[in-house]
Design a protein around this ligand. Structure first.
Ligand code: MRU
Length: 345
């Protein structure tokens, strides 16, 4: 069973505090929207699909705090909450898709009372949660077919149970392949600056008893050159209409390396990670993070305090570098602009 990273519990949102892993498995209980917003911003809860669920549950926290029966004021209150949650992190489109779905409830039921709307919002948030669980399993099924026997797989960041409501996207493929008794081992890129690979993916894969080797990000090229990587599997935070895919900074490096060394590069992501409103990855907003994340390591300073820092949290992989995108609706192959359109539009 995957570890539940986010739950709605007795009117609160209970999340694993991922900033504490792998040393401590601690939980945060968010009783109000502000606490949840902070948990998203500081990456206590993270990963695109989990952010979608967190956003939906955040709307419930906001709705619950509204104490009158004035429907008009309630609708404007919920819309403000959605706007506020939307300021937490800009890149993962799952967060915005979930907020749109929650607001859709308000327009879909123009005559319902505040009490009824609260219950409809709750239903919608749980639908988003359950849907994420379902699609993880479907992507796992499709993706496992691409795991060849005795293969050596590389991954970056954390696209596992900690990043979703179930067992993950890229790591979901590996869990599903393991269930089918396929033999493989995994190279995990540490993922500087915040080490989601080292702290979270290595932790998850070891718990699942999957053969795991941790590498520093700058070791990937050397491994590929030695012919020791058979495939790369990553998640995504936002995929444009042409297949360009934003994911954790460093993913693009791996895609370029994979192309050069003739290694297949797979992106695993649900429909909720596609942003069909944008034609290409150039329009994907890239989150810039504080310089402290780069000038320190494990809480210790590692650079001159006043050095200038560039710290984008994500990069965009050109669709021409992607071998296939695994979704819950099946595997999409190039040409991506035409095949994404066929699949989702
Ligand atoms: O900054 P993070 O840790 O939220 O970044 C997460 C990623 O880049 C994941 O690879 C992505 O969200 C896919 S998660 C299934």
């Amino acid at each position: 069973m995957p570890i539940p990273t986010i739950r709605w519990m007795n009117g609160t949102v209970k999340i694993i505090d991922q900033t504490k892993l792998p040393h401590k498995l601690e939980y945060i209980t968010c009783c109000d929207v502000r606490t949840l917003w902070k948990a998203i911003r500081n990456l206590s809860v993270r990963g695109a699909p989990a952010l979608g669920v967190a956003a939906a549950f955040g709307v419930l926290l906001g709705a619950k705090a509204f104490k009158s029966n004035d429907r008009k004021r309630f609708v404007s209150h919920v819309r403000k909450i959605c706007e506020y949650i939307g300021t937490s992190r800009p890149t993962a489109v799952n967060l915005f898709n979930a907020l749109d779905q929650m607001q859709g409830v308000l327009s879909l039921y123009p005559h319902e009372s505040v009490v009824e709307l609260k219950s409809l919002l709750k239903k919608e948030a749980f639908r988003i949660f359950e849907e994420d669980r379902r699609v993880c399993r479907r992507m796992g099924e499709f993706g496992a077919k691409l795991v060849t026997s005795n293969s050596r797989i590389m991954t970056v960041c954390n696209a596992g149970a900690l990043a979703t409501a179930d067992y993950g996207t890229a790591l979901g493929v590996l869990y599903s392949a393991k269930k089918k008794r396929k033999k493989f081992k995994v190279y995990v890129c540490e993922t500087r600056p915040l080490l989601q690979g080292a702290r979270l993916t290595a932790w998850e894969l070891l718990r699942a008893k999957i053969g795991t080797t941790l590498i520093c990000d700058n070791m990937a090229a050397s491994l590929m050159k030695q012919g020791r990587v058979d495939a790369v599997f990553t998640g995504a935070d936002r995929i444009a209409r042409n297949g360009d895919a934003a994911n954790k900074i460093g993913t693009y490096n791996l895609a370029v390396l994979a192309k050069h060394h003739n290694v297949p590069f797979y992106v695993v992501a649900p429909r909720s990670t596609f942003d069909l409103s944008i034609p290409s990855g150039r329009r994907i907003p890239i989150e810039q993070r504080p310089k402290e994340e780069v000038i320190s390591f494990g809480g210790r300073p590692i650079a001159p305090r006043h050095v200038k820092v560039y710290n984008p949290a994500f990069d965009v992989t050109d669709h021409r570098l992607i071998t296939a995108i695994i979704t819950e609706e099946g595997i999409i192959r190039p040409p991506f602009p035409a095949n994404i359109k066929k699949k989702f539009l």
